[in-house]
Every structure is written in C-alpha cells, then in structure tokens.
Ligand binder design. Structure first.
Ligand code: NAD
Length: 469
C-alpha cells in the first residue's frame, strides 16, 4: 500500500511511501538476526567508532535531515536544525562513549573454589517502534542505545514521518555498520504487529500512546519478549507563591507549546498556590497569546501546526468540552484562519481535577491551571494522574523544592525549570507512562541481559574458620 506523506503546515502532499509487506518485515528481521552474530562480536571500541562516525554523518547531513523532518512534522526550522538535530548528534556521541563502558558488575569468589563473573550480553534483535512527534530523535534513542549494546535493530517509524529514520539507517551503513544491523520497515499498525511477532525478534522497544503500548505489551507477552515502553504523559507544574512567577510563566508557556504541545513531557497542568493564582493566570495568558504560530520556515515562528486535521479536531474537542463544562478559556481555544492544522496556544482556568482535560493526554498546546492550598494539597493534585512521566516544582526555597520533588511520582522532576534533558540522564516514566529508559547508561543496559559465568578452579576446601556471630 502507498501512503501519501502530508505537510501539516500546508495540507499538501509531499511524496508517497510504500508500506512494507509481511514478507519484507520477516526478511529484514532474518537479516538482522544474521547480522547480530558479527555485531555482537565487534569490540566495544569498534562499535563506538561506528556510532561516532554516524554522529559525524548526521551532523554533516543536518540540513537534509532537518528538511525532511520539518516537511513531515511542520516544526519550525530553527527548532529542528539548531535544537533537535544537534541533540540527536550529541545522543549518538553519548551512545558511542557508552559502548566502551559497558561491563559486568561482579567478579569474585562467592563459593569456595569458584570464580563468578557477570557478563552483560546484548539481548539480540530489537524491534523498535516510534511515534511522529520527534521522529529523528526517537530513532536515535532506540537504534543508538541498542547498537551500542551490541544488538541489531529493525525500526518501524510512524507512517506519517518515516523519512529521517530511513535516512539514518542509510547513514549507519555509510558509517561502517554491517548491512542489515539497523534497518527500517515502513507502515502503520499492521506492519508494527508483523514486526513484533516476526520470528527472530528478541526484544521490543516502543514509544507511543499508552493504548498502543498496552497492545504492544500483550503481543510481547505471547512470545515472552522483554519490552520497554515509553508512553503518554500529563506533566504537572507546581508553582509556590515564593517562586519567580515571571520565570514560571515563561517556562510553563514554552513547555506547554514546544512542538505544539505534542511532547510526552509537555507541561499540561499548572497548580499554583492560591495567593498567586490570579496573577499567574494573567501572566500566562499574556505569554500564550504572544506565541507566534505559522510558517515553519519563517524565523519569527515559535510553533508549527498539529500533525493532522484529525488530531486538531481531537485537541479542539477537549477544549470545547472543557469550556462547555464550566472551564474558562483565557487564551486561545481556537484554530487560526488559513491553511495547515495550526491551533492557538490555549489556557483554561476553573476546571475541576476530575475533568477529562486535566486527566487525559490532549497532546496539543493546551494548559489547565488551578489553585492549591498548601504543600500537601499540591503534591496530592500533582500525583492524581494515571500518568507519571515529567513534572516540575517552582519555589525559591531549596528545601521545599527537594521535599516536593521527593514526593512527586514521576520519571523526572525539574526544580525551577521544565523540559531540558541531557544525553547522560535516563528518560522514562512509571504507571501508564510506561517503564524502562531511553537515553543514558540505563538505556544501553536495557538492551543487555546479565550472564553469570562461574568457573571452577579448585576443589572446594574450607577457607577460614570465620563464622558470622
Ligand atoms: P501511537 O501509539 O498511535 O503510535 C506509535 C507507533 O506505534 C507508530 O509507529 C504506530 O504506527 C505504531 N502502532 C500503532 N498501533 C500499533 C500496533 N497495534 N502494533 C504495533 N505498532 C503500532 O502514538 P503516536 O500518536 O504516534 O504518538 C503520540 C504518543 O506517543 C503520545 O501518547 C505521546 O505521549 C507518546 N510519546 C511518548 C514519549 C515518551 O518518551 N514517553 C515520547 C514521545 C511520544
């Protein structure tokens, strides 16, 4: 089946890409299985060198890769070319370094006459499935970490945004990766399921919605595949009255609208101490109204469109139902005139905690704001979500910042910021946000299994007379 890729900033077709057939999926997994023997045996220094070269190639092809991604997602050129692209390069350089520091943790005599060692071995062939919001970065997080660990990878990107992953796999071969150690299959859910159930797959890693994640986990369970899930989010921002409120308003507006809010760590629920509520609503509304939506190639543009017309309808549906249910839309709440699937940054006040806009993932530039009474109340509201991925706390008191951070259930809590991430630090959630990590050493370790090798070197003899009292 041929699928038209569409530019969401214009609604115009870009090019058509064919879905992989089940036979092609099986052939790529079989080839990845064959390639695994060589790649697993490559020295860490050799794997590292290939990943370093891949990072250099991505950097050299920065304009080309950015163009593909801006066309498919509509994100502003500068955001991609000066932000996400260099970050993907840095991720690959981290994974290149991590490939050389992967070793077992134990070597010792735990039984008399035996020396034990714990080797870390690559898990094998990894089936990776990624979403449309950060196509290149997601492909790098999956493939970079798995290749560093010595695994081979077959990756299925979103059918709406496949081209940067296809190009990344081509560049990996140019970087010296064995043929088929990293390949891409294109298509939608059927191709994803064919990949997950193909003979030879040893592990699944998935980023996408919580609903699809549950389906992926069910398919993996039938085959006893280990699975890593990066799913939805509903990040709270907790703002105390002693915080720098201007900085909080600026960061909340940015974190709610970056990538048009199509970000699993996006700020979605602001809880602010009652005495500062009205002031923050006003400051945030002004910030949201000042955000420029429009042509991704215009340097003045802050945010691009949503990914599709269906998704824009879904986002608007949340806002209209919240408004009809008593919410006060104090900024945005509508699509601007003109082509493309843009949506104005939106702030809704006056919602109750059980409202769907506060509980469900909207995945658009939409922020809810509500007051809290005290620290305990703030923590209870922040934790009242089935998601647990990102969060932030804003205060000028370092002890309070740390105390609240300790009690928020999440994969990351920022104090006095919201959004920044680092290649060295693991990214991942809990509860309906999934489990396992992308990025950092944890990501690479996630693609390995411990292998205990126990060597008998002498007959067991009594060692010392020591007995614990
Ligand atoms: P989605 O779940 O619809 O699709 C994700 C991927 O899964 C796509 O490649 C899709 O084709 C594939 N897929 C769909 N059904 C499948 C099936 N039955 N079997 C196998 N594969 C299948 O998600 P999306 O709309 O592309 O992305 C948005 C979602 O991703 C949001 O919920 C967002 O929070 C989440 N996300 C999470 C993180 C994170 O790190 N936690 C990062 C980015 C995006």
């Amino acid at each position: 089946m041929l699928r038209n890729l569409v530019n969401p900033a214009t609604g115009l077709a870009i090019e058509a890409i064919a879905d992989a057939t089940p036979g092609e999926v099986g052939a790529k997994v079989a080839a990845a299985t064959k390639a695994a023997a060589d790649w697993e045996r490559a020295l860490p220094s050799q794997r590292s060198l290939v990943l370093q070269r891949l990072a250099d190639l991505v950097e050299r092809h920065a304009d080309e890769l950015s163009r593909l991604e801006v066309e498919e997602t509509g994100k502003p050129w500068a955001v991609m070319r000066d932000g996400e692209l260099p970050f993907a390069v840095d991720n690959l350089r981290f994974f290149a370094a991590a490939a050389r520091s992967l070793h077992g943790t134990a070597a010792g005599e735990f039984s008399t006459g035996y020396t034990s060692m714990l080797l870390r071995r690559p898990v094998g062939v990894v089936a990776a499935i990624t979403p449309w919001n950060f196509p290149l970065v997601m492909a790098v997080w999956k493939a970079g970490a798995a290749l560093a660990a010595g695994c081979t990878v077959v990756l299925k990107p979103s059918p709406m945004t496949p081209r940067s992953a296809i190009r990344l796999a081509e560049l990996a071969v140019e970087a010296g990766l064995p043929d088929s150690a990293f390949s891409v299959v294109t298509g939608g859910p059927e191709v994803g399921e064919a990949l997950l159930t193909a003979d030879g797959v040893d592990m699944a890693t998935f980023t996408g919605s919580s609903a699809t994640g549950r389906r992926v986990m069910a398919l993996a369970a039938e085959r006893t595949l280990p699975v890593h899930l990066e799913l939805g989010g509903k990040a709270p921002i907790v703002v105390f009255a002693d915080a720098d409120l201007d900085a909080a308003a600026a960061a909340a507006a940015l974190a709610a609208t970056y990538n048009s809010g199509q970000d699993c760590t996006a700020a979605t629920r602001v809880y602010v101490e009652s005495s500062a509520h009205d002031g923050l609503v006003e400051a945030l509304a002004a910030r949201m109204e000042s955000i420029i939506t429009g042509d991704p190639l215009d340097p003045a543009t802050d945010i691009g469109p949503l990914i599709s017309s269906e998704h824009r309808e879904r986002v608007d549906g949340f806002v209209q139902r919240a408004s009809a249910g008593g919410g006060r839309v104090v900024a945005g709440g509508r699509a601007p005139d003109g082509d493309g699937w843009f949506y104005r940054p939106t702030l809704v006040a006056g919602l109750t905690q059980d409202c769907e806009l506060v509980q469900d993932e909207v995945f658009g530039p939409v922020l809810a704001i509500a007051p809290f009474d005290d620290e305990r109340h703030a923590i209870a509201l922040a934790n009242d979500s089935r998601y647990a991925l990102a969060s932030s706390v804003w205060t000028s008191q370092v002890d309070r910042g740390l105390r609240v951070a300790h009690q928020i259930r999440a994969g990351v809590t920022w104090v006095n910021d919201h959004l920044p991430i680092a290649s060295e630090m693991p990214h991942g959630g809990r509860r309906a946000s999934g489990f396992g990590k992308d990025m950092g050493h944890d990501a690479v370790l996630g693609f390995t299994v411990g292998h205990h090798v126990m060597v008998k070197h002498s007959e067991p003899v009594a060692r010392s007379g020591f007995r614990p009292a």
